[in-house]
Design a protein around this ligand. Structure first.
Ligand code: FBP
Length: 552
């Protein structure tokens, strides 16, 4: 791996550390929280974390507070700590800074401390594949994108034999703590591990760190997952450039699919950054039970309205999870899931069509053959449709073209329609982290170190008050169980961390709906340009949706 001039320059950037982490501090328990749903049932499933088996008050928030500098009466400083760290799930900019922040904290805590990096994600914990991370090696990864220092993976540690394998690895390294850097599923597994370790008298503490570019791991206590800010800035730069090209050439509509599987936070933030003519938001589509025809009609309405003004160009943003939220397509997917589970051959489209309900059979027949194949064959190991592999942008283009052709015959549309398809996803996950993500991740890593040192387990490291300068950010831990509720998965109720979806009553969505009519009708394009690393520029500002949420 060869560093560019810019990446070498970025390695010199020193994130500001929140004052509470920089100085002497104490870890204190604060107010109580309930699980976000099904509290009693979840406590029954996690008796040790909930404290129901040992009489502790359930689900305590944790806060770092400034402490008086240690004096001679405080005795010797803390003993060296042994910690493990693992990256889990999709890449997100800033992961290396979390690990470096953790290492820096440990070295400050006691220079004899050790950090073990498990390789290739959770599988590395179960197989005990690891390397000991040293200051010399880590220095080359400061403020760099990617997860290639130790790699990542999508395996889960949840079954009894997997938990035992993880426990063996932790025991072999005599780990005081393990830090799991991941999204909602990985942090759900972190809670399962923490409970297992407590139940079996294993000393290793488990602390989570919120990661995902999708931005759907957040709540009142966790302001944002890392990587979201950088990914949105990278995508918005390209969207802004394309929008200016569209406005200059005046001949294309650009349909851009954006990553973000279950929630449309990325699309919403990119819309606020760039002011496209249309941005579809899955949560709105689902709340209104819009079908494919309804969605297509809305896009065609904007195109026809603009054509009447001589504007046959523009930008349409499409969240990658759209097909799972469009009412009739999601019903079709559910029926296909059933048929595939019954063992129907995924390539036998004729038998499949004959086995569907009449409504779903009609939707299935209307889909282009390529998309039909993708819905049947593009499945992940859990049987879920791999939405980033489905060419939704092309599906929408075809359906809109058909609708516009129909309107042309009816005499209600007189424009020209030429469309180009794009997909922005992987290019936003490993960029050099924005100043925000670099600073936030360093603080998250240090916070995770402080929580293990403070003997906390089953908590997620949290860094808050992000609207303030970084030196004033607050630091603490939120019980993982407080984010959990029961969800029906594979036919049974499972405790999982609740995904944060776009709130239709929230300030970010309201700002979007207040402006979108104007963006549709006119050319109000905003081109934010590349991520700015100069801290005197706008680069330090966190994303617009976060600013709106924090100021609401
Ligand atoms: P995480 O939730 O694990 O962070 O991953 C999110 C994501 O980037 C989605 O936006 C996308 O659908 C998916 O990963 C792609 O997964 P893969 O890297 O396995 O192709």
């Amino acid at each position: 791996f060869t560093g560019s001039e810019l990446s070498l320059e970025r390695a010199k950037y020193r994130p500001v550390l929140p004052a509470v982490l920089a100085g002497p501090h104490a870890v204190r328990e604060g107010e109580s929280r309930d699980c976000c749903g099904d509290h009693e049932l979840i406590c029954g499933l996690f008796p040790h974390l909930c404290g129901t088996s040992n009489g502790h008050t359930p689900l305590k928030m944790v806060h770092l507070t400034a402490a008086a500098p240690a004096g001679p009466e405080d005795g010797p400083p803390g003993r060296p700590l042994q910690l493990g760290v693992v990256l889990s799930g999709g890449q997100a900019s800033g992961g290396h800074n979390v690990i470096i922040g953790l290492h820096d904290y440990l070295q400050r805590w006691h220079p004899g401390s050790t950090l073990v990096g498990f390789l290739g994600g959770p599988a590395g914990v179960m197989n005990n594949r690891y390397k000991v991370l040293t200051a010399d090696e880590l220095d080359g990864y400061r403020n760099q994108g990617g997860f290639h220092l130790i790699g990542s993976g999508r395996d889960k540690i949840e079954k009894a034999d997997q938990l035992e394998a993880a426990a063996r690895a932790c025991a072999q390294h005599n780990l005081d703590g393990i830090v799991i850097i991941g999204g909602d599923d990985s942090n759900t597994n972190a809670a399962v591990m923490a409970e297992h370790f407590l139940a079996h008298g294993i000393k290793t503490r488990v602390v989570g760190v919120p990661k995902t570019i999708d931005g759907d791991l957040k709540n009142a206590d966790v302001p944002i997952s890392f990587g979201f800010d950088t990914a949105c800035k990278v995508f918005s730069e390209s969207i802004g450039n394309i929008a200016i090209d569209a406005m200059s050439a005046k001949k294309y509509y650009h349909f851009i699919k954006l990553m973000g599987r279950a929630a449309s936070h990325v699309t919403l933030e990119c819309a606020l950054q760039t002011h496209p003519q249309v941005a579809l938001i899955c949560e709105e589509v689902e709340a209104n039970r819009w079908g494919l025809k309804g969605v297509v009609r809305q896009v065609a309405d904007v195109i026809a309205q603009r054509a009447a003004e001589g504007r046959n160009y523009g930008v349409v943003l499409i969240p990658e999870g759209l097909v799972e939220h469009v009412h009739d397509v999601s019903t079709l997917i559910a029926e296909l899931n059933e048929l595939l589970a019954q063992g129907v051959n995924a390539v036998d489209e004729e038998t499949i069509a004959a086995s569907l309900t009449p409504e779903s059979a009609e939707v299935f027949a209307q889909l282009p053959p390529g998309i039909r194949g993708e819905l049947l064959q593009e499945r992940d190991p859990h049987g879920n449709v791999q939405v980033s592999h489905i060419e939704t942008e092309k599906l929408i283009i075809k359906a809109v073209a058909t609708e516009l052709a129909r309107r042309k015959v009816a005499g209600t549309y007189k424009g020209k329609f030429a469309a180009l398809a794009h997909f922005f996803g992987y290019e936003g996950r490993c960029s050099l982290p924005s100043n925000f993500d670099a600073t936030y991740c360093n603080a998250l890593g240090q916070a995770a170190g402080a929580l293990v040192a403070g003997n906390q387990t089953g908590v997620m490291a949290t860094v808050s008050e992000l609207q303030l300068p970084a030196s004033q950010w607050t630091v603490g831990g939120t019980p993982l169980l407080s984010m959990m509720h029961l969800e029906r998965r594979a036919g049974r109720d499972k405790p999982v961390i609740k995904k944060a979806l776009v709130e239709l009553e929230g300030p970010a969505f309201k700002a979007f709906t207040a402006w979108r009519g104007q963006w549709a009708a006119k050319d109000c394009v905003r081109s934010p340009g590349p991520i700015q690393f100069d801290s005197s520029s706008f680069g330090d500002l966190a994303c617009i949706s976060l600013a709106l949420e924090r100021n609401a």
